[in-house]
Design a protein around this ligand. Sequence first.
Ligand SMILES: Cc1cc2nc3c(=O)[nH]c(=O)nc-3n(C[C@H](O)[C@H](O)[C@H](O)COP(=O)(O)OP(=O)(O)OC[C@H]3O[C@@H](n4cnc5c(N)ncnc54)[C@H](O)[C@@H]3O)c2cc1C
Length: 258
Amino acid sequence: MNVVVCVKQIPDPAAPSALDPVTHNLDRSGKLILDDSDSYGVEMGLQLASGDGDEVILVSMAPGGETSGLRTALAMGAARAILVSDDALSGTDSLGTAKVLAAAISRAEPDLVLTATESTDGYTGTIPAQIAELLGLPSVTFAKKIAVDGSTVRVERQTEAGFDEVECPLPAVVSVTAGVVEPRYPSFKGIMAAKSKPVDVLAVADLGIEGGQVGSAGARQEVTDVADAEAREGGEIVVDEGNGAERILAFLEELKVI
Ligand SMILES: Cc1cc2nc3c(=O)[nH]c(=O)nc-3n(C[C@H](O)[C@H](O)[C@H](O)COP(=O)(O)OP(=O)(O)OC[C@H]3O[C@@H](n4cnc5c(N)ncnc54)[C@H](O)[C@@H]3O)c2cc1C
């Protein structure tokens, strides 16, 4: 079984990059790391594709030929990667990104495509359904458990009240929620092996995508403004003067949580 896992490589959230003052786009020119959200998809893929001949293939779109995040996922155990990197992709919006990823994914002839539900830096949460639509595949979102049985995938789909049991034919695109599996740490052997695993670097023209569909020219979205997030308010300190428990109860009742 071929499991494709989409992995986004992002600027390190611990050292956030600047936004361009005119376009408000994130500066992605430095080193990029594997988005933590995608480590769950990689782990899920490795667990599902553990038989002889099974392969986990990573697909990523990132500027500057960046492979640092891909190498982390290869060190976890993925077999190979496809990276789409091209100056023509600068300014590409989410639909353009989905077109690029869908074209790269179809090269890997997947039985199953895994993504996270949303990335950590852009988090529009639109890419998984867009990829499914572009590839004409079923889309299952918010998976907390995935099982493959022959040509069928069975998914427990997280809901507010619990979970739905959903099944559909393969190939399909399934987005995975964070925290559902424990991503493995790359071993030293894995890190060494990852250095020589194949990464196929493609340009837009290799995918048969016309230039006008991607980049700023093809973007239908525009970031019109950005603002700082509101600072957290100080909160209320309750000093226990012998009636602390009652005051906490009254506070929780006021919030209608009890
Ligand atoms: C007007 C505009 C201009 C932009 N210009 C740029 C730019 O110049 N350079 C730039 O890098 N970004 C740019 N972006 C951001 C870029 O379009 C988004 O990062 C991209 O659309 C993915 O959206 P998201 O992160 O919200 O994906 P989500 O839908 O939140 O992602 C869900 C999942 O899809 C998969 N996924 C998403 N993106 C990728 C990826 N690139 N590779 C592999 N898997 C992926 C991952 O599994 C991810 O967890 C721009 C956005 C806009 C609106």
